[in-house]
Ligand binder design. Structure first.
Ligand code: KG4
Ligand code: ZN
Length: 336
């Protein structure tokens, strides 16, 4: 069983043999955070506390397994909101102790990558992985399945964070990714040429804060803030959404292309919440058709936060004998 509480989804899943999902439950807190246009850590921790027991009970019921049937308990221990992580980690430790099961300490970013192996059973290292989410935009080299080496990361906002902030500028609501995707539908993505920040010629790092400011200035002029938003026509709003989305997608695709060229590898794996974006998925597949590499992207529900990826990585850790002790601690920071 996997347990995930690193941000604003309380999730549990039961996976068999590291391959099959027996049940997956995701209790989203979107409704609670919407009025703040972002995740409020204190609100998130309290909601996890209320939901964790019902979510675990529900997943066991749906999977039709008893606690004694479980082989181990996997839980996300880092990175994330510390108050949120502590709820899942304390709960998982309690279950491991109570039921006498091994505890597996899962890194959330590695779990996102593991979702690619889970959905594409024939995928194998070496490969380049892009994790593109609300908190991270990072490229990794994987020579070993569970040992990602960082190639590049964002120097400011994560891509998902930029989606959320631009959606907030446009008044499209929270979470911003799906709202931008929806608003952009049917609009010309090249009508407004927002900047593509590629940093140095060989750089594998990312920067998304400039494009966010460019959207703000484009919409409301140099001296405006998102607070004194004027209303845009529906057509202009759609073009801004489409232009922004296209610029972010261009950057993400170009950085993947660079990483593959620089490492000489021929396999790319992409996951994290932003990998649920249809335009990004389409552009990655089209690019892979032209380039000498292939791309693996999990189905959308395995890209956004879920516990299947946690259980799947847990299975891999168990197979390798990498069992945690009850002393394991939650950590807000990524360790790579
Ligand atoms: O992986 P995830 O669920 O949580 C983190 O680990 O951060 O990613 C959440 C992020 C949010 O910023 C959300 O706006 C973005 O993923 N996202 C999307 C889409 N669905 C979720 N961004 C663009 N297009 C989408 N369809
Ligand atoms: Zn995530």
């Amino acid at each position: 069983m996997g347990i995930e509480t690193s941000c604003d989804e309380t999730a549990a899943a039961v996976v068999a043999d590291g391959r099959r999902t027996l049940a997956s439950v995701v209790a989203s807190q979107v409704a609670l955070h919407r009025k703040f246009a972002g995740v409020v850590p204190e609100v998130a921790s309290r909601a996890h506390l209320e939901r964790i027991l019902p979510v675990v009970e529900e997943v066991l019921r749906e999977a039709q397994v008893r606690p004694r049937d479980l082989e181990a308990i996997a839980v996300t221990v880092r990175p994330g909101l510390i108050g949120s992580l502590l709820v899942g980690v304390s709960f998982a430790k309690t279950l491991a102790l109570l039921w006498g099961k091994p505890l597996l300490a899962v890194d959330h970013l590695q779990a996102h990558i593991e979702a690619c192996f889970f959905s594409h059973p024939f995928l194998s290292p070496p490969l380049v992985a892009l994790v593109v989410s609300g908190g991270h935009t990072s490229l990794y080299l994987l020579r070993e399945r569970t040992e990602p080496v960082l190639l590049g990361a964002t120097t400011d906002d994560a891509a998902g964070e930029a989606f959320d902030k631009v959606a907030s500028i446009l008044g499209l609501g929270y979470p911003g990714g799906p709202a931008i995707e929806q608003a952009a539908r049917g609009a010309d993505p090249r009508a407004i040429p927002f900047p593509r920040t590629l940093l140095g010629e060989d750089s594998l790092d990312f920067s998304f804060s400039g494009i966010k400011t460019a959207v703000l200035y484009f919409c409301f002029g140099q001296n405006a803030s998102a607070l004194d938003r004027k209303s845009l026509s529906a057509e202009a709003e759609a073009q801004v959404a489409a232009g922004f989305q296209e610029a972010v997608v261009d950057v993400l695709v170009e950085k993947c292309r660079r990483a593959l060229a620089q490492t000489g590898l021929s396999r790319l794996a992409v996951s994290g919440g932003v990998a649920a974006n249809s335009r990004l998925r389409q552009r990655l597949v089209e690019t892979a058709d032209r380039e000498p590499w292939t791309v693996a992207i999990p189905p959308k529900e395995l890209c956004t936060d879920n516990a299947v990826m946690v259980a799947a990585l847990g299975y891999e850790l168990l197979r390798r004998g990498e069992v945690a002790t009850l002393e394991v601690v939650a950590s807000a920071e990524a360790d790579r």
